[in-house]
Design a protein around this ligand. Structure first.
Ligand SMILES: O=P(O)(O)O[C@H]1O[C@H](CO)[C@@H](O)[C@H]1O
Ligand SMILES: O=c1cc[nH]c(=O)[nH]1
Length: 246
């Protein structure tokens, strides 16, 4: 092949899908098995488009509009890789994380939904993208507003507010969670801040809608099976946001 002819695109280091395999609208759970379940139960005519490292991705449609689902894996480094590659190489415009989270205040209960209107983090990601600046890690206002409107149609509790995206799942620091609670933080999880940072850097839109799977104060928790199945409301809100003004 002559030097000036670039090689055909055959995927990224982490995604084996061909160009055009992903829809511009993407649901993103952490867990690959949840991605498969969303493809099987929520999307129509879904086909698998990638499975590198067991991170499953599917494309089908929802309410007649093309929609994909791709797992992010756990943590900010992992979600940052997948979100960057989707925005940069696959023409993706919107990613809505559909994840699980741990509730912090008593007013948030297991099975409630939390829409992350901001993401605090102990990750460095918000500080390294623009030299000397800590970026505000926030969702797309359009997606947030659409999700807030969709939440009004839901019969049970949906909370909107800041979450804490932690680099540490086993963080034994009760005083930290007390301090975050006093500042209005609703829940802890491990990806929203990374997704918001990447969307900001890549010019995409992002939002995180989280099912509360456990409570840091009471110890209440969903079973492992419920973690896979208890996210119908989260999915409805996320898909409505993805489909707004497309
Ligand atoms: O259920 P997911 O979406 O993976 O989200 C939460 O669960 C994982 C920890 O168990 C972390 O990824 C955290 O953010
Ligand atoms: O990251 C997470 C997710 C659920 N529950 C937690 O305590 N942390």
């Amino acid at each position: 092949m002559p030097d000036h002819v670039s090689a055909p695109f055959t995927g990224t280091p982490h995604i084996s899908a061909a160009p055009g395999d992903f829809a511009p609208l993407v649901l993103m759970p952490g867990d690959p098995r949840r991605a498969r379940r969303i493809a099987e139960t929520f999307l129509e005519d879904a086909r698998r488009v990638t499975d590198v490292r067991g991170i499953l991705g599917y494309t089908g449609s929802h309410q007649g509009v093309p929609m994909s689902v791709l797992a992010s894996g756990m943590g900010i480094p992992s979600v940052s890789i997948y979100a960057t590659e989707l925005f940069r190489h696959y023409g993706v415009r919107r990613i809505v994380r559909v994840g699980t989270s741990g509730a912090i205040p008593a007013s948030v209960r297991v099975r409630d939904v939390v829409i992350a209107s901001a993401a605090h983090t102990d990750s460095s990601l918000g500080r390294v993208l623009v030299n000397g600046v800590t970026l505000s890690l926030a969702p797309s206002y359009r997606l947030l507003r659409a999700a807030a409107d969709a939440a009004e149609q839901e019969p049970s509790a949906v909370h909107i507010g800041p979450v804490f995206s932690s680099d540490h799942f086993y963080l034994d620091r009760p005083a930290l969670f007390d301090a975050l609670e006093r500042r209005g933080t609703l829940a802890v999880e491990m990806e929203a801040a990374g997704l918001y940072a990447v969307a900001c850097a890549e010019g995409g839109e992002a939002l995180a809608v989280l099912t509360v799977s456990d409570h840091l104060r009471t110890g209440d928790a969903l079973t492992a099976e419920e973690r896979e199945t208890e996210f119908d409301r989260t999915l409805r809100i996320a898909a409505t946001a993805l489909l707004t003004d497309v």
